[in-house]
Write a protein that binds this ligand. Structure first.
Ligand code: COA
Length: 420
């Protein structure tokens, strides 16, 4: 047994040791030379320095975690500041001693102090984060199908597609489309310039990148309004280039026409026989425009962003419900007794009026009861309130459930396609 574990902000003197431990915990090797420099320079521009933590046993780094500074879209054109927790890892010989718990509690406490309304993460294991009040808020999917059976019904496209063999050549258009798309899409997160250096960069990483085509859709006025990033890969056993699969890494459009045009384009590229569409919505609206909608097969549905609310009034204040409603919600917070400044336990009155929402503590009796993790799952509509009630993760009468749905469920499911 070592000494008491401590959590400290990473400094220039400790950064290498902390990174080494974290990359090792994910099965990686330490970076060196140019790769290391590039990774450090990107991290410097993406990360919140005050949320870069190491866990130490005496002087020895045994774990770490960092956070990117994000804008998170809660409703169309309504965002909050989010800390995107990333790279949480503990030395494999030091697990089970509370290193992750210490790190998470410090991250959440400090992110709250710094004014972040919530913390977001993508989870390596779904068993880890409910205990800190995170819930799965957005979902994404992989769809596949044979391209000759994915024909799109006729539609009118006054725009056109421009194809770039190297995604980096289109980076300004990609960024422009993504900025506008993310601002109006609940569940989406912003991408700063360094993000695009990775996604349009030559190296394939967890975040994106590697050799890929960029098909950019332009509307009738010539303004970019959608894009698809894709590659080809050989599918099946064929020797020659006869059985190609198009792998779409991202496909977004500012409207349905742009999405349909891009989908039609990637499924009609000559020589391509099948499609794999990664980072797709679980229920893409494109499906309703296919001649044979069953042919777009959902092969994987996975939780994407996990959300822990830190500032409840701040977060809820960004919701934009269409109708007025009021309901009292009793929350249980697993951080009660661990991080007093973050304890959201108690009864809260949610009030939606004139397209805005307020929330305040109350002694009134609650109509809905759930925990902070359950709230994270339903707050953007990623999991319907009724589904959580059926699973007994949320309790309440039918009328209160409907009121709560009115407040939290947007017209379309939230969607995020960014990794960090
Ligand atoms: C997952 C990992 C960070 C856990 O670190 P750790 O220091 O052993 O975790 P702790 O000892 O602080 O455990 C904290 C809590 O999580 C629980 N826990 C730890 N690992 C768990 C697992 N794999 N599944 C479910 N629960 C787990 C512990 O029981 C403990 O519960 P409690 O505090 O409520 O009693 C570590 O195993 C690791 O680095 N794994 C590889 C990288 C990884 O998956 N990182 C997560 C990235 S999203």
């Amino acid at each position: 047994m070592g000494t008491e574990l401590t959590v400290q902000v990473v400094t220039d003197a400790t950064r290498d040791a902390v990174h080494r431990v974290v990359s090792g915990s994910f099965g990686g090797q330490p970076l060196s030379g140019e790769k290391k420099e590039r990774s450090r320079s990107l991290a410097r521009r993406m990360d919140e320095p005050e949320l870069e933590f190491g866990v130490f046993d005496g002087d020895r780094a045994v774990g770490g975690g960092r956070a990117v500074d994000l804008q998170f879209t809660v409703a169309p054109d309504s965002t909050v500041r989010a800390a995107g927790l990333a790279g949480v890892g503990v030395d494999a010989t030091m697990t089970g001693r509370g290193a992750m718990r210490r790190l998470l509690e410090r991250h959440l406490e400090r992110a709250h102090e710094l004014g972040y309304a919530c913390s977001l993460l993508t989870a390596s294991e779904t068993s880890l984060y409910g205990r800190f009040g995170y819930g799965p808020a957005t979902w994404s999917a992989i769809h596949e199908g044979p391209t000759d059976r994915l024909r799109v019904k006729p539609f009118d496209d006054p725009g056109r597609i421009e194809l770039h063999q190297v995604a980096a050549d289109a980076v300004e258009e990609l960024e422009l489309v993504h900025d506008r798309w993310a601002a109006r899409t609940p569940g989406a997160t912003s991408r700063s310039a360094p993000w695009w250096e990775i996604i349009a960069g030559p190296e394939e990483t967890w975040i994106g990148g590697g050799p890929q085509f960029a098909a950019v859709h332009h509307d009738a006025d010539g303004t970019p309004d959608g894009y698809a990033l894709y590659t080809w890969e050989a599918a099946g056993d064929d020797d020659g280039p006869v059985d190609q699969r198009v792998v779409v890494n991202e496909l977004i459009g500012l409207d349905l026409t742009a999405e349909l045009a891009l989908f039609r384009f990637v499924t009609t590229v000559p020589m391509v026989r099948s499609l794999r569409w990664r980072m797709a919505p679980v229920d893409p609206r494109i499906r309703w425009w296919l001649e044979q909608q069953r042919q777009l097969r959902l092969v994987t549905r996975t939780d994407r962003l996990w959300l822990r609310i830190l500032d409840l009034p701040g977060f809820v204040g960004a919701l934009r419900p269409g109708d007025d409603a009021e309901v009292v919600v009793q929350l249980d917070d697993p951080l009660a007794g661990h991080v007093p400044t973050l304890d959201l336990s108690g009864n809260w009155r949610f009030r939606a009026a004139d397209g805005a929402v307020t929330v305040e503590r109350t002694d009134a009796e609650a109509g809905i009861r759930t925990d902070v993790s359950g709230l994270g799952a339903v707050i953007l509509g990623g999991t319907p309130v009724g589904r959580m009630r059926a699973a007994r993760r949320l309790h309440g009468g039918a009328r209160d459930v409907r009121r709560f749905e009115t407040i939290v469920e947007p017209a379309t499911a939230p969607f995020s396609q960014t990794r960090f």
